[in-house]
Design a protein around this ligand. Structure first.
Ligand SMILES: [Zn+2]
Length: 413
């Protein structure tokens, strides 16, 4: 029996950092190295249809062990890439056995310290085996913890053929961290009625609600001329853009002032010059309808800012990014209910919180594959202080196994 921990320790040593400047899929060759290793391991476990496609998506089938008919095909999904924000090369994972609650000073950078006092999630896992990196890289538990848990669960089901389950589909995807994880996901080929991503935080996390998200872009067009001879002629687009940003809400409706179910508008990028300046604003809300209200506000403020600078014009555009997966999952309450059941059967009370972001599951849900997100034990994503508890990983493995059992019971005798 190979534990999720042993797998995690091997998988994190492969550099799978995503690169959003790369046009290919997967964006980096390291991701293929891990995919090929996983394909080999899935074949060795005896899975069917192990196939790595041209875009770097790996899928496989665990055949049914149940004699019931009508058991739905369910899927489990994790992403192999790691965040471009932090180095993922030369990761040296460290297992702090039976963590005693003392500060964890990471050896390659003594300023990288995990303190239970600053981190209630870590304090709650005293006694567990805590895995960290060595201080100069991320760990890559996001999402190699999820990959390792799915692999360990598959192995468990293979080794215990007496556990009844239907057909289980597995997918490992590239480039989630750069927002492309669903781009080439072939929902038809996957052929499951629902799936679960293993890409969440602490024990019990069950996520089926994400932001709805649009990107608002405004370009202020002015007129540039030599500043020495600009009197009465120059129209400075930078000033209009600055007025626009200054007019945005600040004591509310910002990332800095909102939490829970509150949405925001967030200027996150600006570029340009006197002739033209572009400002990019993220629009986020859990109610898709509210995106329109926020968009109308932004358009109004952009027009006002342009009007204050005669000769300046504002051109606005809105791009849809993703939608709250709850709109899909509300029509499939059993997908969430089975997850709650599975967690309770292994002694975990589900913690249901909205995701203040999007996941591949948000997009997959709208592509026809209802896909909530389950805890994988990941903490301090994209950071040198990333950590995961081996015991949380084992619990995630148990949840996967129980989910397979729970869905099997919905079949016909
Ligand atoms: Zn992730």
């Amino acid at each position: 029996m190979t534990s999720a921990l042993e797998r995690l320790l091997r998988y994190v040593t492969i550099d799978t950092r995503a690169d959003d400047a790369s046009p290919t899929s997967p964006s980096t060759p390291g991701q293929l190295v891990l995919m090929e290793l996983l394909a080999l391991e899935l074949r060795a476990l005896g899975l069917d249809d192990v196939a790595l496609d041209a875009h770097g998506y790996l899928m496989a089938t665990l055949p049914a062990s149940s004699s019931r008919t009508g058991v739905p095909v369910i899927g489990f999904i994790a992403h192999v890439d790691t965040s471009p924000e932090m180095s993922g090369a030369g990761v040296r994972p460290i297992v702090h056995r039976q963590y005693d609650g003392a500060d964890l000073v990471l050896p390659d950078d003594p300023s990288a310290v995990l303190r239970a006092g600053d981190d209630p999630a870590l304090a709650a896992r005293v006694g567990d085996d805590i895995v960290t990196a060595s201080g100069s890289t991320l760990l890559g538990a996001d999402d190699k913890a999820g990959v390792a848990e799915i692999m360990a669960a598959v192995e468990y089901l293979v080794v215990h053929p007496g556990i009844p389950h239907g057909v289980v589909r597995i997918a490992f995807t590239p480039d989630e961290e750069i927002g492309r994880g669903a781009d080439h996901f072939d929902v038809q080929r996957f052929g499951a009625m629902c799936a679960y991503t293993l890409d969440g935080g602490g024990r019990g996390e069950l996520e089926y609600e994400s932001f709805s998200a649009d990107l608002f872009t405004v370009t202020f067009r002015g007129f540039n001329t030599h500043p020495g001879y600009a009197k009465g002629r120059m129209v400075n687009a930078i000033r209009a853009a600055a007025d626009f940003v200054a007019s945005l809400p600040r004591s509310e409706m910002t990332p800095e002032t909102t939490a829970g179910h509150e949405g925001f508008v967030h200027p996150y990028g600006a570029s340009g010059g006197v002739d033209q300046t572009t400002v990019k604003v993220l629009i986020r809300d859990f109610m898709t309808g509210e995106l329109g209200t926020k968009r109308a506000l932004l358009e109004h403020l952009a027009r006002e800012a342009a009007a204050a600078h005669p000769g300046c014009h504002a051109e606005t555009a809105v791009t849809e990014q993703y939608r709250n997966m709850r709109e899909v999952l509300d029509r499939h309450p059993d997908v969430i209910e089975r997850a709650r059941e599975a967690m309770r059967r292994v002694g975990i009370e589900p913690v249901e919180r909205p995701i203040r972001g999007g996941t591949d599951g948000s997009r997959l849900s709208f592509m026809g594959l209802p896909t909530p997100n389950l805890f994988a034990g990941e903490h301090n994503f994209h950071s040198r202080l990333e950590w995961v508890s081996a015991q949380d990983m084992d619990k995630a493995v148990e949840v996967i196994v129980e989910l397979c059992r729970a869905w099997e019971l919905t079949g016909d005798n």
